[in-house]
Design a protein around this ligand. Structure first.
Ligand code: FPP
Length: 249
């Protein structure tokens, strides 16, 4: 049975604009660990706790879609042991949290390239997507082995194939058609992209989709992400004047 999102007390939400879609670049696990004399693995482990917190917050604040950047196409440059550890974390996260996510009415989708992932991980990805497919609460997109340029190139190839087969006229290629071929098809573009740890760049995350996203960079490292940090980011977002190229209200 699905659980409806708990309404948050009005004093916590008052004056805040709630983005429909938040994209998060979870950065700073390594630095968080180093500051404490811990290993990078400890930092990633603490990062998973922050993942649990943001999923709960997104549900409580009635965000429609949350996309978490968990492993980038460029992260393959990390030491093999660290890559293995992050892959294991995703596996364990799904194994331990799947029941709760299903109960919370969360619909999970893993976006990114699946080629090259091992069969165990692929099985887990398929299971979590299948188990939560009919949920209609929070859309949780986990970007894993994801890179926006690869995503756009893949969309271009799929469209080119249809043109080559005569199924599509070149003049029919417009923004909506390209969007249909992106991994994020079916969810609104992110209103807010949040990056932790003070770094100010997009690092190949949702490049097409973030054309009009508000970018908010916060100093805290990802493992320190909690409701206070979330609300602070929402306050910054709420003060932004979103004009989408127009002149505003
Ligand atoms: C960035 O910190 C973090 C990552 C590249 C991995 C993020 C992964 C998780 C939080 C866990 C797995 C996710 C799920 C959904 C279970 P960094 O290592 O780049 O930190 P640094 O820049 O301080 O070194």
């Amino acid at each position: 049975m699905s659980t409806q999102p708990a309404a948050i007390p009005i004093e916590r939400a008052e004056g805040l604009k709630i983005p429909r879609h938040i994209g998060v670049i979870m950065d700073g696990n390594g630095r968080w660990a180093k500051q404490r004399g811990l290993s990078r693995s400890d930092g990633h482990r603490a990062g998973v706790e922050a993942v649990r917190r943001i999923v709960k917050l997104a549900i409580d604040y009635q965000v429609e879609c949350l996309t978490l950047f968990s492993f980038s196409a460029e992260n393959w440059r990390r030491p093999p042991d660290e890559i293995k550890f992050i892959f294991g974390l995703l596996r364990r996260f799904v194994a331990s949290d799947l029941d709760r996510l299903a109960e919370q009415n969360v619909k999970v989708r893993i976006i990114g390239v699946r080629d090259g992932l091992d069969s165990g991980l692929l099985g887990i990805i398929e299971e979590v997507e299948r188990r939560t497919a009919s949920n209609d609460g929070l859309d949780l997109l986990i970007a894993f082995n994801y890179g926006a340029k690869v995503e756009i190139a893949r969309a271009a190839r799929a469209i080119a194939r249809k043109v080559a087969l005569g199924e599509l006229a070149p003049d029919a290629i417009d923004e909506a058609l390209i969007e249909k071929h992106l991994d994020t098809f079916g969810v609104p573009d992110p209103d807010l992209i949040l990056r932790t740890s003070g770094e100010m760049r997009l690092s190949n995350f949702l490049l097409w989709q973030s054309a009009y996203a508000e970018l908010v960079f916060i100093d805290e490292n990802w493992p320190d992400f909690d409701e206070a940090v979330f609300v602070k980011a929402l306050k910054v977002y709420s003060l932004r004047d979103r004009r989408f190229g127009g002149v505003g209200s």
